[in-house]
Each structure stands twice: as C-alpha cells, then as structure tokens.
Design a protein around this ligand. Structure first.
Ligand SMILES: [Zn+2]
Length: 307
C-alpha cells in the first residue's frame, strides 16, 4: 500500500511540474518574441560569423583553398553603413555553398566603407573607364575585393511609344590582372546566382553562350575546347535572346535548332548561363567548369588571393 502511494505522489508532482514548465516557457517565449522580434536574424548573424571564423581555424588545408575577401561598401556619406552585415554574410555563405564542389572557401577578412557618388551603372560608361579608375584607387594588391554599389532607381526607360527595361546585377573581368575585384549591385548581392556567376568570371569562366571571344559553338567534339566557352561538358547555348524557347517547368529548351540542324539543349540551371532559376533544379557548375577554376587557382595571378 505504502509503495503504491509513493509512486502516485511522484507522478502527480511530475505532471504538475511538466505542465507549469511548458506553460511558463510558452508564455516567456511569446512575450519576449513579441517584444524584441529581431533575435532570429541576430542568431543567424552569430552563426554565420562562427562559420566564417571556423574557416580561419581549419588545419587540413591541402584540399581547401581559403580565399579572404575584402568587402567594399560604396556609399555617398559616412553616416551609417548602408548595407546590412547580415545581407553580406548570407551572400558569402551562399557563395561557399555554390563553390563547395571546388573546395573554395571564401571568408570575410575586412569590410570597408568607401565614399563615392558612383552608382553601378556609372562604372560601365566610356568602356568601363570609371570602373578601372575606381579599381586603381581602391583595390588591394593580394586581396580579392567585392565592391557593393548602389544602383539607379529606374530600371526602365519610357518614351511615348516604347518602354525598355534592363538591370546590371554585377560584373567582373574574366581571369584578368587588370583589377582585383568583382562588382555587385546592392539589388543582387542577395541573388545566389549572380554572386556565384561573377565569381565564376573572376576564376576564368565565360558565359555558356559565349561567342564574341572564340566564335560560336559548332556542336562538334573537335572544336568544343576552342569555340564558345571553351568547355566541352557545357552544351552549346544559343543565348538569352532565345529564352522564349525554354520551358521552365521541365527545365528544357525546346524546338530550337542551329543553322546546321542540331538541337540546342543548354544547361538552363548553369551558373554561367543567363537563364532564370529553373523549377526545383539547383544551380550548378559542370565538372569541366570546376576544373577550369581549380587550374586557374593554381596560376600565380590567382594563387596570390589564396591562403
Ligand atoms: Zn556574366
């Protein structure tokens, strides 16, 4: 009898404790969450900072290429930093996911606010002369900079009879020693594809639809390494002008053939294409694109950016 009673009492106490605990936790959390509201993004910031710092502490560096970044935020005055730290850290975290297959690990070494009235669109006038001048003035010798520029408010131009719209997400020279940076728009710094795309240029990749530099891809195995983007496992891509032929549900370009009768089947989801995100398909680099970037990373002109 005594034993049974003891057990019942303990159970009762446990039940009461459990209830009170749950209720208390719920109430506390709800009221605090309502009051503060920003703890989730601040927690994310801490986790991203920890991730960033853990890259610095890696000891097995044989296969890992650590690439410090200098973030340059371009703004007109020194009042407040106009790009949120969390936005930048998310962008670098996404960049590392995009480059995980290459063992490239980017981390933020330094962030500078650079005072300038230049907007992204100002840089490309006069054959990129303002961009080159800006780079000469602000680039660091052995440190890869990501400059984040503000953009013009209007993306569309209207006349009485027409409207045309366009937006630059960012740009970079392709494997050039002319500058040590990539340029991003504040608008697209949060776009996973645009950041990885510009970085792809920096490490040697051309657009999958490239034809200005080396001539149009002609579908032959013999010429795949010398025409188009110079990469054999990226199929010929007719380019963004033919985007209307893309079915974004099946992620396939349909019913478009070359002058010589071959069917175009480009990788819609490739980071170096100009297509939009494809339904349920992750962006990717091909094996040979990753090889190009890995080899480029071994060249002195790019190895100097790796620690
Ligand atoms: Zn590009």
């Amino acid at each position: 009898m005594k034993k049974t009673l003891a057990i019942i009492i303990i159970s009762a106490v446990t039940v009461i404790n459990a209830f009170s605990q749950v209720l208390e936790t719920k109430n506390w959390c709800l009221s605090r969450c309502d009051m503060v509201g920003d703890e989730k993004i601040n927690t994310e910031l801490v986790h991203l900072q920890m991730k960033n710092d853990s890259i610095l502490k890696l000891t097995n560096l044989d296969s890992v290429k650590r690439i410090p970044l200098r973030i340059g935020i371009i703004q007109e005055d020194a009042m407040d930093v106009e790009v949120k730290e969390l936005i930048v850290r998310r962008a670098i975290d996404n960049l590392n996911k995009s480059y995980a297959g290459l063992n490239f690990l980017f981390y933020i070494e330094r962030t500078d606010v650079i005072l300038s009235e230049l907007k992204l669109e100002d840089l490309s006038v006069d054959f990129y002369a303002p961009y080159n001048r800006f780079s000469d003035e602000y680039d660091e010798p052995d440190l890869l900079s990501i400059y984040i520029f503000d953009y013009k408010d209007e993306f569309c131009e209207k006349t009485s009879t027409s409207i045309s719209c366009g937006k630059t997400g960012g740009f970079s020279y392709i494997l050039s020693e002319r500058t040590n940076n990539i340029v991003m728009s504040r608008f697209d710094i949060s776009d996973i594809k645009v950041v990885a795309h510009e970085m792809g240029h920096f490490w040697g990749l051309y657009h999958t639809f490239e034809e200005q530099q080396f001539g149009k891809d002609d579908f032959t195995v013999e010429n795949c390494a010398t025409l188009g983007d110079g990469i054999c496992d990226t199929p010929p891509d007719p380019g963004p002008i033919y985007e209307v032929y893309v079915n974004y549900s099946t992620c396939e370009l349909l019913n478009l053939t070359s002058d010589t009768g071959e069917e175009y089947k480009p990788h819609i989801e490739n980071y170096m294409s100009y297509y939009k995100p494809c339904y349920l398909k992750e962006y990717s680099f091909t094996h040979d694109q990753m090889m190009v970037m890995t080899v480029a990373a071994g060249l002195p002109m790019r190895a100097k950016f790796i620690r």
